[in-house]
Design a protein around this ligand. Structure first.
Ligand code: NAP
Length: 332
């Protein structure tokens, strides 16, 4: 099979298309013939060597794919060979074939093609977890969502609006803010206007950017407010990791005094779904919730760009450049 290999950690240009032996599904795994790759910011972080548990280089990145089940490993009863599925292998998905833990795989619902199917698994599961499990978002509450026009953001905006929350979408350009508004955001702001947009307070902040954005959002939380931090995009920029820039962004988040949380009556939670495999048991229920919203028309995948497999490094560079909107999908 052909796969995009990172022979060493680094910028998109390090990726090389190589011929590798076909993987075989191990016990508990299914082999997926990949038809589309959903690109995640985490794939950029993995390629740069700064994602948790990233394999030693050389390795094949690739968190998310859609495709057909090609074979089943020992102990896996289904879905049967040929079934179109979405799958989350975490690593290894930038390839024509990938072996995936069968718990992280789900048949594509009717009406969802491979491109759309590669765009809603990680985004749907992450947004659902951030908003409703960790953020405990309720109807009538006001939520600020950062990177609102990105892959996860476009799904989070739709989910929050559908749940009856008042959505403040935060994004860096007018075009991105227009996209967020078209998806149901009630208010939008750029980063420069963020502080004043928060003047009335918020109940929940769903933040995947961190850095300088953290303090204003944290201070604006109303009593019982919940700050959900699930990414640190501010640390990265185009090209290589700039460690000084990342350290400065970390410092700009400041320090917290745990005892102050009591009188402030607010909470700060962080999560990375890839590090909590015990949540796998809940994944199928989460998938089902996302599928329910898709079927009801309350949610639509937002695919901002599609690249052919041969140009996958360009897709990486595009996502890391901060210019993309919605999900970037690579087709095979
Ligand atoms: N914890 C988890 O389990 C989990 C799962 C999935 C994703 N995530 C996180 O969620 C975030 C979104 O992921 P995604 O794949 O959907 O990516 P994305 O939102 O499509 O792209 C990242 C966005 O981050 C914003 N950003 C802010 N500062 C940036 C910088 N210095 N460089 C690049 N982008 C910057 C940009 O939006 P603006 O231009 O509007 O600022 C950019 O479009 C990422 O932080 C990712 O790590 C976490």
């Amino acid at each position: 099979m052909r796969a995009w290999v990172a022979p060493r950690y680094g910028p998109p240009e390090v990726l090389r298309l190589r011929e590798l032996p076909d993987p075989a599904p191990g016990p508990g795994q299914a082999l997926v013939r990949v038809r589309a790759i959903g690109l995640n910011f985490a794939d950029c972080a993995a390629r740069l060597g700064v994602y948790p548990r990233v394999p030693q280089a050389p390795f094949v990145p690739g968190m998310e794919v859609s495709g057909e089940v090609a074979a089943l490993g020992e102990g896996v009863a289904g879905p049967q060979v040929g079934t179109p599925v979405a799958a989350v292998p975490i690593f290894g998905g930038h390839a024509e074939l990938v072996a995936v833990d069968a718990r992280f795989l789900r048949p594509l619902p009717p009406g969802i093609d491979f491109v759309a199917g590669a765009a809603v698994a990680v985004t749907g599961l992450t947004a659902d977890h951030a908003l409703f499990t960790v953020g405990r978002l309720r109807a009538g509450e006001r939520i600020a969502i950062t990177a609102a026009a990105g892959g996860v953001g476009t799904i989070a905006v739709q989910m929050a609006a559908a749940a009856g929350a008042r959505v403040l979408a935060v994004a860096s350009s007018p075009a991105k803010r227009e996209l967020a508004a078209s998806l149901g955001a009630h208010e939008t702001t750029g980063y420069e206007g963020y502080r004043s947009a928060l003047a009335d307070g918020v109940d929940v902040v769903a933040d995947a950017v961190g850095g300088a954005l953290f303090r204003p959002g944290w201070k604006a939380l109303r009593p019982d407010g919940r700050y959900v931090l699930y990414g640190f995009a501010a640390a990265l920029g185009p090209g290589r990791v700039r460690y000084l820039h990342a350290a400065l962004e970390l410092l700009r988040m400041g320090a917290l005094l745990p005892s102050a949380l009591v009188q402030a009556t607010r909470s700060l939670s962080g999560f990375n779904l890839s590090l909590v495999p015990h949540l796998a048991g809940e994944l199928q229920a989460r998938f089902a919730r996302v599928e329910g919203m898709l079927a009801a028309g309350a949610l639509r995948p937002v695919v901002g760009a599609v690249f052919p497999f041969a140009r996958l490094p360009e897709a990486h560079a595009f996502l890391q450049s901060r210019a993309s909107t919605g999900k970037i999908v690579v087709t095979l």
